[in-house]
Design a protein around this ligand. Structure first.
Ligand SMILES: Nc1ncnc2c1ncn2[C@@H]1O[C@H](COP(=O)(O)OP(=O)(O)O)[C@@H](O)[C@H]1O
Ligand SMILES: [Mg+2]
Length: 482
């Protein structure tokens, strides 16, 4: 295909080149022929004028006109005899031209050189020339030895007064021109296929060179499934678009890999968390069914079962909330929310919880802060954080909640002096189902902070945590102000 187009354009180019070149050669030759004819007519006129003076002297002039054959043949012969000396001053390119002179009727009078005799001019040429035209034509003349000679000819008429007196035909060999045409043709016929072949081979080599990494990329990509997202495609060492493509693809693979493994870890963790209460319920029922029991025994078992069922319900509720955040069309009800007020309400609601552990909880804010957000989600966000603070703080502890301004954000600090979080656990506390070991003897599923993080992100905010074991923990939430 590529080579075909190449061949076509080059052919067209060569064709135009060849035609222009030939045309130029012919034009040049024709102008030389014309130049020569002009010179001959001039010199014949000179001879004629000399003759005329002689004739005037002896009073015989009125009998002669150029059309008078006998006299004109004399002039023409004289001219042809002296021609070789006259030509010496002429352009060397003119030397090899052959001059033939015909009379006004087209009958041959004399030739300057051997040329297979043309006794009479072809009728069409004679007619055109007598009408005053320049007649250019190319002829092939066969010699006695059967050689083909190519000539370019110009035929013009010489006049006397308004009448045609004689006709001159100049012939120039086309041998040199034909040789030049031939050598150009040879060049074209050798170089054209060679160039097409060369560019074709080079082109396909280059194409295969550039496409090789793409092919290997395709091979790797074909093998990638959700099972082996950890495989990466080779990035070519070049610094081009293909390398960039490979690199971008690898980044995409990493991201997919991360979210796929997070997803499957989440499913494992969720199943595990759901299984524990179910195992307990199953065990209790099995034990209960082993023999007949009092109604008080049954009641005890049912109460315990209900407890486990409540746990299950809570886990499932939390999972549903998290799943909502994962889905692209999460339903939110964004409105202008007085954040200072929302937090105030949350703190008031947990007062009883804190009082049960004799924890001193205080909330302070310097002014009302307004943000656009979902009121319910914001309540849940701060409830989770404050509940954690109470849960992970020992009796008689202290919790401080503060709301202030920081640049374009509302900054909320939730500070406790509880058990703290070790630096090993700190990076993981926002992961789903993650609970620090120390927290194992308190109730919980490790989903609270995951939800907190999702809500903060939904509001285009940030959450930071600073903690020291046995000293306490401070969570800082930054939410963009309205
Ligand atoms: N204020 C806090 N003080 C100490 N540890 C905390 C605090 N808040 C969270 N944590 C740690 O982070 C873990 C994750 O919290 P969370 O997601 O709310 O789960 P849960 O409260 O159900 O355990 C907790 O298990 C606990 O180890
Ligand atoms: Mg919690």
């Amino acid at each position: 295909m590529y080579m075909g187009i190449m061949f076509l354009t080059l052919s067209l180019f060569s064709f135009i080149l060849y035609n222009n070149f030939s045309q130029d050669l012919y034009d040049h030759l024709d102008s030389l022929l014309f130049f020569k004819a002009d010179g001959i007519i001039d010199s014949i006129n000179t001879y004629w004028d000399a003759e005329k003076i002689e004739a005037l002297k002896d009073g015989s002039w009125n009998v002669y006109t150029k059309a008078n054959n006998k006299n004109f043949i004399k002039i023409a012969q004289k001219w042809v005899e002296n021609k070789s000396s006259a030509e010496k001053v002429n352009d060397p390119r003119l030397i090899n031209m052959i001059v033939q002179i015909f009379d006004a009727k087209g009958k041959h009078i004399i030739s300057s050189k051997e040329l297979p005799q043309i006794e009479v001019l072809p009728e069409q040429i004679a007619k055109d020339v007598i009408n005053g035209k320049l007649y250019f034509n190319s002829v092939i003349i066969k010699t006695q030895t059967n050689k083909m000679l190519h000539y370019r000819q110009l035929t013009v008429s010489g006049t006397e007064g308004n009448k045609v007196a004689y006709i001159i035909q100049i012939s120039s060999s086309l041998d040199r021109l034909i040789i030049e045409q031939k050598s150009l043709r040879t060049i074209i016929f050798i170089f054209l296929p060679l160039m097409v072949l060369l560019t074709g081979v080079a082109g396909s080599f280059l194409a295969s060179q550039t496409l090789r990494p793409v092919r290997s990329m395709t091979d790797t990509i074909k093998k990638i499934t959700s099972q082996n997202l950890s495989s990466r495609i080779g990035v070519p060492e070049t610094n081009d678009e293909i390398a960039e493509l490979a690199h971008t693809f690898n980044i995409m693979l990493s991201e997919l890999d991360l979210s796929f493994s997070a997803q499957s870890r989440f499913i494992q963790d969720a199943s595990h968390e759901l299984r524990t209460p179910l195992t307990i319920i199953k065990g209790e029922i099995e034990v209960a069914l082993k023999k007949d029991r009092d109604s008080s025994d049954y009641q005890e078992i049912l109460v315990s079962n209900l407890e486990e069922i409540n746990k299950l319900t809570k886990i499932i509720e939390n999972l549903l909330v998290l799943a909502k955040f994962d889905s692209p069309e999460i339903q939110v009800n964004i409105e202008r929310v007085n954040l200072s007020e929302v937090i105030s309400l949350v703190v008031r609601n947990v007062k009883i919880l804190a009082a049960a552990k004799n924890i001193d909880i205080k909330y302070s804010y310097d002014q009302d802060y307004f943000i656009s957000g979902d009121r319910n989600y914001l309540q849940r966000l701060f409830l989770n954080l404050v509940e954690n603070a109470i849960k992970y703080t020992s009796e008689n502890g202290q919790i401080r909640v503060e709301c202030s301004k920081s640049d374009d954000f509302c900054k909320i600090n939730i500070k406790d002096n509880g058990i703290g979080i070790s630096s090993e656990d700190l990076p993981n506390i926002f992961n789903r189902f993650y609970r620090a070991d120390k927290a194992r003897n308190t109730a919980g599923f490790g989903l609270g902070l995951s939800i907190v993080k999702s809500i903060v992100e939904l509001h285009k905010g940030k959450i930071l945590v600073d903690s020291e074991l046995q000293k306490g923990t401070t969570f800082t939430v930054l939410l963009p102000l309205d």
